[in-house]
Design a protein around this ligand. Structure first.
Ligand SMILES: [Zn+2]
Length: 452
């Protein structure tokens, strides 16, 4: 018999709506029931009750896109143009990172994510070295931190291209199946197919990814039109935009989870809407790298499902979905010159339930049958006052100090604002040791003593 307990709070986001005086019944790693406390079913009335006074409970954030190792280069390539950032920072780091570096990067990034209320993280991972050992390092780091991880296993067969990314179709399929089998029974770890982009994956590889997505009932993660350069090369190669190319090779359908979709025109938007594809909006990263602004309001009008991602720590640079909810809302209002195009509650749904739907996983919602992934916010902190309007303030004014407890699969991984699963000072010391000899391309390099 799985242990059952009841959590009670004055405010909670239950089944995508705010309710007062809520009860949430946790059974093992899942939510058995949630709703107004007055309606708590009698069969749960003998379960122990934990009253969280002056607290609000929201679903854990579902981070639809990221690359953990890039957190290690945070600040090293800021204020560069996208090709320079990629060529001078990301590619050299990716080429030089060993298994220890991968572990440190993943632990570091996952620590920051859970501290900021992210409970499910998509790791779009491409440093394969033609096998799964590196992916297992990411999974080990996720286990150590206690975060729910989706390894979007990158597919890349363009030549020339970074050699660590490359696999043949047969190699990819064998490796994907091996890794998927290893984690098949673990609700905390998942593997999804992820063609790098239309430039990084051949038509055959995109089609293999789509077949695997259908077989495993997983989305097909792909970078789409995140830079103007990608669109230009796609048009030069095939006479088509990246979105049109995906449609042309037969993979633009309801399994598609298109990441970024910043540089899209009306035809692209129509294709996306007709196909049933979803997108992952990474507003901070696209702004940070000067990539542009995804047309969120227009996509919502067209009914295109939108999830949110922090993208990489070296390109954002904060690993917080609350931050992305706020950015998504503000940028949509600014670009449309209309503050009514999205509400605070809409933004909260983007970072939670919409992410779960996009990933085809029962996460991101406080409702029966969903994972017990909860974020408890302290309504006593200044940034959430006045508490009369807390449901607005959680999106627009909240600071990280309010994030008090984070539970993933019913397990507390953050308590009183501190990560409890892993020795954070040790992880930070390893980050500093690893990066102490690295030279930033832009900005000033402080004295080495600054990091001691
Ligand atoms: Zn990416």
């Amino acid at each position: 018999m799985t242990a059952t307990r009841v959590i009670v709070a004055p405010l909670a986001f239950v089944d995508d709506e705010w309710i007062a005086d809520a009860a949430i019944v946790i059974s093992g790693d899942s939510i058995a029931w949630a709703g107004p406390r007055a309606q708590l079913p009698a069969d749960h009335s003998s379960a122990p009750v934990e009253i969280r006074e002056r607290r609000a409970i929201v679903p854990g954030g579902v981070n639809g896109h990221g690359h953990t190792f890039q957190a290690l280069v945070r600040g090293f390539g800021d204020d560069l143009r996208f090709p320079d950032w990629m060529g001078k920072i990301v590619h050299p780091t990716a080429a030089g990172l060993d298994s220890e570096g991968l572990r440190i990067g993943a632990e570091f990034d996952f620590v920051e994510m859970v501290r900021m209320g992210i409970t499910t993280a998509v790791e779009f991972f491409y440093l394969h070295d033609r096998g799964n050992d590196n992916a297992r390092i990411i999974f080990d780091a996720a286990r150590a931190v206690g975060i729910r991880a989706v390894l979007a296993r990158c597919m890349f067969d363009a030549d020339p291209g970074p050699v660590r990314y490359q696999e043949s179709l047969a190699q990819y399929e064998a490796n994907f199946r091996e890794l998927a089998t290893e984690v098949a029974d673990d609700p905390m770890l998942h593997v999804h197919p992820a063609p790098h982009s239309v430039l990084g994956a051949s038509a055959e590889m995109l089609q293999l990814g789509n077949a695997l997505a259908r077989e495993f009932n997983a989305p097909l993660h792909t970078h789409v039109a995140d830079s103007a350069g990608e669109v230009a090369v796609s048009r030069a190669n095939w006479g088509q935009s990246p979105v049109a190319r995906l449609a042309d090779v037969g993979v633009l359908d309801e399994y598609m989870l298109a990441v970024h979709t910043v540089n899209v025109d009306d035809d692209d938007l129509r294709l996306l809407a007709e196909s049933g594809a979803s997108v992952v909006h990474n507003p901070s990263t696209n702004a940070f790298l000067g990539g542009g602004i995804m047309p969120l309001a227009r996509m919502r009008e067209l009914g295109i499902p939108v999830a949110l991602g922090t993208d990489a720590g070296g390109a954002n640079s904060r690993q917080s979905l609350f931050e992305e909810m706020r950015m998504a809302a503000l940028l949509a209002k600014a670009t449309q010159r209309d503050a009514t195009v999205i509400t605070a509650t809409d933004a909260l749904r983007l970072g939670t339930s919409a992410g779960g739907r996009a990933l085809r996983m029962p996460v991101g919602k406080i409702a029966a049958g969903y994972a017990a992934d909860l974020v408890t916010l302290d309504l006593g902190t200044p940034s959430l006052h006045p508490t009369r309007t807390a449901t607005q303030n959680i999106i627009y004014s909240m600071q990280p100090e309010a994030i008090e407890r984070v539970e993933i699969g019913g397990r507390s991984v953050v308590v009183d604002g501190e990560v409890t699963t892993i020795e954070v000072p040790r992880v930070l010391a390893e980050v500093d040791a690893l990066t102490s000899g690295w030279a930033p391309v832009s900005g000033t390099h402080p004295a080495d003593t600054m990091t001691r």
